[in-house]
Design a protein around this ligand. Structure first.
Ligand code: FDA
Length: 584
């Protein structure tokens, strides 16, 4: 007999674990979540929060979404990645980032009801964790996962209470390993991985200092400092990152991975801060120093039986593109509704196979992209002449050469401009963030071929209702004239059928099948004199079906199936599709 029983035991209260707990609790379950430490993230690691993540927070409720925006630094202030010789030194170039270029901003506005923002992990985790606990999740801090064994009906996990030193067991139907980059759960579950850990060493120096006079006129999240002769490693140069504008900062600085992680004292940290800011009498307040490694590894299997892993446990990569926490929260959004459906008996256990089928390709995609983004600093170093010598004096001369009135210098200036502009794949890769299209047993084809990407799929999001893609966002209007996103009509843990005039057959079918399957299905009709109006015609342009057709949308906003128009036997069609998706 186990000491505690719960439906789902979640290991870790990071973005992945807290989001899973928050979603399951919001769906009415009572998961249990543990963390080996006494509290949540103590450094502001993740910060770039993309639109898809904001959609997950919006799905959790407007209170959650509003609180995130309240603590976040807004998109306008995130904007201009600056490349310089020191924060107070000479600027080499800058690029408008994170949806701040006017053309990119338009794409952002058209794509989502959410806004990109900068929300440090020290704010995101408490928000998700509070949401989980206040909605019914059980939490236990200072509690360490030790091991697990699973059988046909569930998982028995051994935990260590770090306050008493005593072990106890938890019996759950499912175990979620959201225990970060050194995941024991993934190891014990025997998940397979590709790639390499520890490809470079990095250190974080968190400090307080008002730098407004150097930065407020060119607001940015990231100031990249290129100093010839500086001790580089990790990401290849010094990075000064805004944590709170403009008085809290994080420096990311490299160390030699072939040596043990250095013990950094306040004096060394202060020197690094002064060098990178470029003000030798600066008086920073050093708040903390920590080290971490750059990894290049992703899971090719994300689950084993009743054990599911997510977040950094399955994708381990550098912070480039700001994808880690975002993807972790999005993993949770994919898995939580499936677990809830299986636990409630609304779906067969086969539904859970779709988690790995859908999220393992995303893990590979983001690990590959984040590591490629590091390599793409190379052309900037090359254009500045930093790769031609190791002598700091010569390196400085090479950098200075760009100011000469010569044909070579003109070429160098062009090379620098192009190299900086190419960093759009790291700092404004909207497609990487939004273009996920799932292919699995939890998606049923309508027989249409996948629409090819018309623009660069890493840079540009392309909306489609092709089954497997995320439902496109457009603004619709309700009975009181209220503005709602098409995404707002879906989600919240339930399936949705969207149809229009002539779609009454789908409405009746959804109601009847909802009873038959014991599965809540929300139905919305969109059109003139219907509950939801499409005054702008944006919905008609986005939906890729006729008025009398139907979209079946999963609780995670992804289109499960679509019908072009009314059919003879809508109930039979929808039953066939639901049976397939739900493994019934
Ligand atoms: P995470 O590591 O956050 O949490 C793991 C949890 O498991 C913790 O609660 C831990 O205590 C717990 N745990 C571990 N072992 C346990 C055990 N045996 N028993 C019990 N509990 C255990 N991402 C992003 O999206 N945008 C960004 O801008 C950035 N920027 C960024 C900058 C820097 C400097 C770094 C280092 C990282 C980022 N990231 C990022 C990445 C982001 O921080 C990372 O991807 C997420 O924290 C991963 O979340 P997880 O919940 O998966 O793991």
């Amino acid at each position: 007999m186990a000491d505690i029983t719960t439906d789902v035991l979640i290991i870790g209260t990071g973005p992945a674990g807290s989001a899973t707990a928050a979603l399951l609790a919001s769906y009415g379950l009572e998961p249990m979540v543990i963390n080996r430490y006494r509290w949540l993230a103590n450094t502001p690691r993740a910060h770039i929060t993309n639109q898809r993540t904001m959609e997950v927070l919006r799905d959790l409720g407007r209170d959650v979404e509003d609180e995130a925006y309240m603590f976040a630094t807004e998109q306008d202030l995130m904007g201009q990645n600056v490349f310089c010789t020191a924060v107070a030194g000479e600027e080499i170039g800058r690029m408008q980032s994170w949806g701040n270029h006017p053309l990119s901003r338009a794409e952002h506005l058209l794509s989502s009801p959410g806004r990109m923002n900068d929300l440090p992990q020290t704010y995101m985790e408490p928000l998700l964790f509070k949401t989980a606990c206040s909605r019914g999740a059980q939490s236990r801090m200072s509690t360490e996962y030790v091991s697990h064994v699973q059988d046909a009906d569930g998982v028995t996990t051994t935990c260590l209470d770090r306050l008493t030193g005593k072990q106890f067991t938890v019996r759950s139907k499912f175990l979620v390993g959201a225990d970060g980059g050194n995941s024991k759960v993934a190891e014990h579950a025997g998940l397979s991985f590709e790639g390499k850990m520890g490809v470079a060493g990095s250190m974080n120096i968190l400090f307080e200092c008002d730098l407004s006079r150097y930065v407020a006129h060119r607001p940015s999240v990231l100031y990249w400092v290129l100093q010839p002769g500086a001790d580089v490693g990790g990401i290849g140069m010094g990075l000064v990152r805004m944590v709170r504008p403009w008085n809290e900062w994080l420096i990311v600085w490299g160390y030699d991975i072939n040596q043990p992680a250095p013990a950094v004292d306040d004096a060394f940290a202060t020197k690094v801060v002064r060098d990178l800011v470029g003000v030798q009498d600066l008086q920073p307040k050093i708040k903390s120093v920590s080290t971490w490694t750059v990894n290049n590894m992703y899971a090719t299997t994300m689950s084993n039986g009743r054990v599911f892993c997510m977040g950094d446990a399955t994708h381990r990569h550098p912070p480039s593109n700001g994808l880690g926490s975002n993807t972790s929260i999005q993993d949770a959004f994919n898995l939580a509704w499936k677990l809830a459906a299986v636990i409630r008996g609304q779906a067969g256990i086969g539904l859970l196979d779709s988690y790995q089928a859908e999220r393992a390709p995303v893990a590979k995609q983001i690990v590959t992209r984040a590591n490629k983004s590091i390599e793409e600093f190379g052309p900037i170093f090359k254009a500045l002449g930093l790769l031609d010598s190791v002598d700091p004096v010569k390196m400085q001369e090479n950098m200075d050469a760009r100011c000469n009135d010569t044909a070579d210098a003109e070429k160098q200036r062009e090379a620098i401009r192009q190299a900086i502009a190419a960093k759009v794949y790291e700092f404004d890769a909207h497609g990487v963030e939004m273009n996920q299209r799932y292919k699995s047993g939890a998606v049923v084809t309508d027989g249409q071929p996948e629409p090819p990407f018309e623009k660069d799929a890493e840079l540009h999001y392309q909306p489609t209702t092709w089954p497997g893609a995320r439902l496109p966002h457009v603004w619709l209007f309700g009975p009181e004239g209220e503005k709602v996103s098409s995404l707002d009509l879906t989600g919240h843990g339930v399936f949705t059928v969207l149809t229009g005039i002539g779609g009454d057959g789908w409405v009746a079918a959804a109601k009847s099948l909802s009873k038959e399957f014991g599965l809540p299905i929300t139905v919305h009709k969109i059109g003139p004199r219907q509950t939801w109006q499409d005054f702008s015609g944006d919905w008609a342009r986005a939906r890729e079906i006729r008025d009398s057709g139907a979209l079946l949308v999963r609780p995670d906003h992804h289109v499960a199936w679509r019908a072009q128009a009314a059919v003879k036997d809508p109930e039979g069609e929808l039953r066939r599709v639901l049976k397939t998706i739900l493994d019934r």
